[in-house]
Ligand binder design. Structure first.
Ligand code: PFF
Length: 448
C-alpha cells in the first residue's frame, strides 16, 4: 500500500515502471545504432555478456541501497556511511547521480522531440499540408525548441502526480502498447527483400573484433545507459519498493525485459537498414562505416514505411508514437531523481519541485539546442560514457565495501528469506566488491 512518500502499489507496477525507465530511446535508437556502427553481432554478444555480468549486479546494488534507505539517493547513501568522510563521499555520489540524470534528461528531451515531430509528420501528410510536412520533417530551431518543450511539459505533468497515479499508472499503460507495436513491425520487416542479410549481420558474430577496447567501452556504456544506472534513478525507484518484495527476482525481471527489448528492437532496425539499402537508400559509406549515426532511424525507417504503400503512413505514425512512449517512461524516471531529492531535502511541495526542476532542465536543453554542434555530443559523452559507469561503480563500492556484509544480507533478505543459501548470495557480494569495480575501471581507463 502507498505510504506518505509514495510506493509502487504492486509488483507488476514496479516492474513496468523500472522497465519503463530502462526501456527507452537507448534500446530502440541507441542500441541498434551502436550495433550497426560497431560491427553487428560481435557488439550484440559483448553487450549481452556485459549487461548480465556487470550491469545486473550494479542494478541490484542500487536497488538494495534505495530500498534500505527509503529515501532519495543522497539520503539513502548517507544512511550507509560510518563516518563524516564517508558521508561526504555519499553526498558526492548521490548528488552526482542526480545531476547526471538531469543532464541526461536535457539531451534526451531533444531526441524525444524529434520522435514527437516524426509522429506528427504522417498526420500532416494525410491532411495534405505541404508546409507542415516539411516543417515537421526537417531539422530547424523552431521545431526543436517547440517539441523539446512539449516533451518536458508532458514529463513534468506526469511526475507532478507522484508515484502511484503518475509513474506507475502511465508505465502500466504505455509499456505493453510498446511491445505490441514492436512485434507487429518485425513481422512485416522480415517478409521484405534484403531482411535476411540484416538478420545475418545481426546474429552471426565476427569473434575477432569482440575484444576490441572501443567495442567494449561502447557496449558497457550502452548497458549502463540502458539500465539507467549511475544516475540515482534506480536508487529512488528501489526506495519505492515494498519490503515484502523479492528484490533479486525484481531486478532480474527488469534486466531481462530491458535486454530483451533492445534485442528485439535490433531485430527490427538492423534488418530494416538492409531492406532500405536494397531499395537504394545509402546507409554505409564505401569503407563500410555508418553514414549518419544520430539520424539513422529517421533515414532508414521512413524509407521502409514508404515501401509499404498506403498503410505505411499509419505504421510510421505507430512506430514513432512508440518511440515517444518509450522516451516518456524513461524521462519520467530521470525527472523523479532530482524531484525526490528536492521534495525530501527542502520540504518543497511535489508540484513546485517538479516545475522548478522542469524549468532548469529546459534552460539546459535550450542551451544545447542553440549550441548543438559543440554541446550535444559532448553532454551525451560526458554523461553516458563517463559519469554513468563511474557513479555506478561507486554505488558498487558503497554496497560492497562500506556497507557491513551482515547488514547488506539483512536488507536483501527482506522479502526473500532464503536468499542466504542461494546462488545469488554466493557470488553477488564478491561481484560488487571486486569484479564490477575492477572491470568498470578497466574498461573506463581504456576509454580515456
Ligand atoms: N534507460 C533509458 C534508455 O535506454 O533509453 C535511458 C535512461 C533513463 C538513462 C534514465 C538514464 C536514466 F536515469
Amino acid at each position: 500500500m502507498s505510504s506518505i512518500r509514495g510506493e509502487f502499489s504492486s509488483r507488476f507496477g514496479f516492474i513496468m515502471a523500472a522497465a519503463g525507465s530502462a526501456v527507452g530511446l537507448g534500446n530502440i535508437w541507441g542500441f541498434p545504432t551502436q550495433t550497426a556502427s560497431n560491427g553487428g553481432a560481435a557488439f550484440v554478444l559483448a553487450y549481452l555478456v556485459l549487461a548480465f555480468c556487470l550491469a545486473y549486479p550494479a542494478l541490484m546494488a542500487e536497488l538494495v541501497i534505495g530500498r534500505h534507505g527509503q529515501a532519495n539517493a543522497v539520503t539513502s547513501l548517507q544512511k550507509l556511511a560510518n563516518n563524516s568522510i564517508q558521508k561526504r563521499f555519499a553526498f558526492i555520489v548521490g548528488f552526482g547521480g542526480i545531476i547526471c540524470s538531469g543532464l541526461i534528461l536535457s539531451f534526451y528531451a531533444i531526441v524525444a522531440g524529434w520522435m514527437f515531430s516524426a509522429t506528427l509528420e504522417p498526420i500532416a501528410v494525410i491532411s495534405g499540408s505541404e508546409s507542415a510536412t516539411s516543417w515537421l520533417g526537417e531539422q530547424s530551431l523552431s521545431r526543436n525548441l517547440i517539441f523539446t518543450a512539449a516533451f518536458i511539459l508532458l514529463t513534468v505533468a506526469i511526475i507532478s502526480k507522484g508515484v502511484e497515479n503518475g509513474i506507475e499508472k502511465w508505465s502500466k499503460r504505455l509499456m505493453p502498447a510498446l511491445l505490441f507495436i514492436l512485434f507487429a513491425l518485425i513481422a512485416y520487416v522480415l517478409t521484405q527483400d534484403g531482411a535476411m542479410e540484416g538478420v545475418k549481420a545481426y546474429l552471426v558474430p565476427d569473434f575477432g573484433s569482440i575484444l576490441d577496447p572501443n567495442l567494449l567501452v561502447s557496449a558497457l556504456g550502452q548497458a549502463f545507459f540502458s539500465l539507467s544506472l549511475g544516475t540515482s534513478v534506480m536508487i529512488i525507484y528501489g526506495s519505492y519498493i515494498s519490503k515484502q518484495e523479492n528484490l533479486v527476482s525484481l531486478g532480474a525481471y527488469v534486466t531481462l525485459i530491458d535486454v530483451f527489448i533492445a534485442f528485439v528492437a535490433g531485430m527490427l532496425i538492423i534488418p530494416a537498414m538492409y531492406v532500405a539499402q536494397a531499395q537504394g537508400v545509402e546507409i554505409f559509406s564505401q569503407t563500410g562505416e555508418l553514414l549518419s549515426e544520430d539520424t539513422l532511424v529517421f533515414q532508414v525507417l521512413p524509407a521502409l514505411f514508404d515501401s509499404m504503400g498506403g498503410i505505411g503512413i499509419f505504421i510510421g505514425f505507430a512506430f514513432f508514437a512508440l518511440m515517444s512512449i518509450a522516451a516518456l517512461t524513461s524521462s519520467i524516471s530521470m525527472l523523479e531523481a532530482p524531484v525526490s531529492y528536492a521534495v525530501e531535502k527542502f520540504a518543497l511541495a511535489r508540484v513546485h519541485a517538479t516545475r522548478l526542476i522542469g524549468v532548469i532542465v529546459s534552460v539546459v536543453s535550450v542551451t544545447i539546442i542553440l549550441n548543438f554542434n559543440s554541446l550535444f555530443g559532448f553532454v551525451v559523452q560526458l554523461t553516458t560514457q563517463f559519469a554513468q559507469p563511474l557513479i555506478g561503480m561507486l554505488c558498487c563500492v558503497f554496497a560492497g565495501w562500506i556497507w557491513h556484509r551482515g547488514k547488506l544480507l539483512n536488507a536483501i533478505k527482506e522479502g526473500n528469506e532464503s536468499v542466504e543459501n542461494s546462488f545469488f548470495w554466493k557470488i553477488w557480494p564478491w561481484y560488487i566488491k571486486f569484479v564490477c569495480p575492477l572491470a568498470i575501471a578497466l574498461v573506463f581507463i581504456n576509454s580515456l
